[in-house]
Design a protein around this ligand. Structure first.
Ligand SMILES: [Zn+2]
Length: 196
């Protein structure tokens, strides 16, 4: 197999990159000066070594526990549940939330065979069962799958006496958290309601 073919095959493994994009990026890479390629390769390698999911919440950060779980000034009894680290960063950008986070690493997707137990939920459930959490703010995306995830998660959490709220106001149905601005997200957090 040619070196370029191998590169294109590797690029195709990246999320959102199809065969055409992989080919375009592959040809772009081989046309770059050596220092540009070295900088790119080194950034990829460094990130793979220095960043790992937090053992408590699943957030991908440079430390474990992550900066949020390790922050004593944050309220550990209020936990905001998100689908991804990108959503966490978007919500954190609002400056509205001062509790801890929990990153599911996906959402329930029956069509793709992804159930709640396939997500990063066991640590959250353990803490809920142990009575360590007062409120869970479910901030999954307001999409069909995000709502299904919220409903299933809520059903499990209320069994342990946890107050389960859902971000609501200001978040357009079908939208994605990562694409919303800080004002809209702040509004959604302030206007959260009980999950029914
Ligand atoms: Zn963490």
């Amino acid at each position: 197999m040619s070196v370029l073919r191998e590169l294109i095959d590797q690029l195709q493994e990246l999320p959102g990159i199809g065969p055409k994009s992989a080919e375009r990026i592959g040809y772009w890479i081989v046309r770059q000066p050596a220092e540009v390629v070295r900088a790119l390769a080194s950034a990829i390698e460094t990130s793979a070594q220095g960043i790992s999911p937090c053992g408590l919440c699943g957030h991908v950060d440079e430390t474990d526990p992550c900066r949020y779980c390790g922050d004593e000034t944050r309220d550990p009894r209020t936990v905001c549940v998100v689908e991804s680290s990108r959503d966490l960063e978007a919500l954190e950008g609002t400056g509205e939330f001062h509790g801890r986070y929990h990153v599911l690493g996906g959402r329930v997707a029956p069509v793709e065979g992804v159930a709640l137990r396939d997500l990063n939920v066991s640590g959250l459930m353990d803490r809920a069962r142990a009575g360590e959490i007062d409120e869970v703010v479910v901030a999954t995306n307001p999409t069909f799958e995000g709502e299904a995830t919220a409903a299933m998660l809520g059903k499990e959490l209320v069994k342990h006496g946890v107050r389960v709220t859902r971000i609501a106001r200001g978040v357009p149905s079908g939208g994605e958290i990562v694409h919303m601005n800080a004002a809209v997200l702040g509004d959604a957090l302030r206007g959260r309601g009980e999950l029914d």
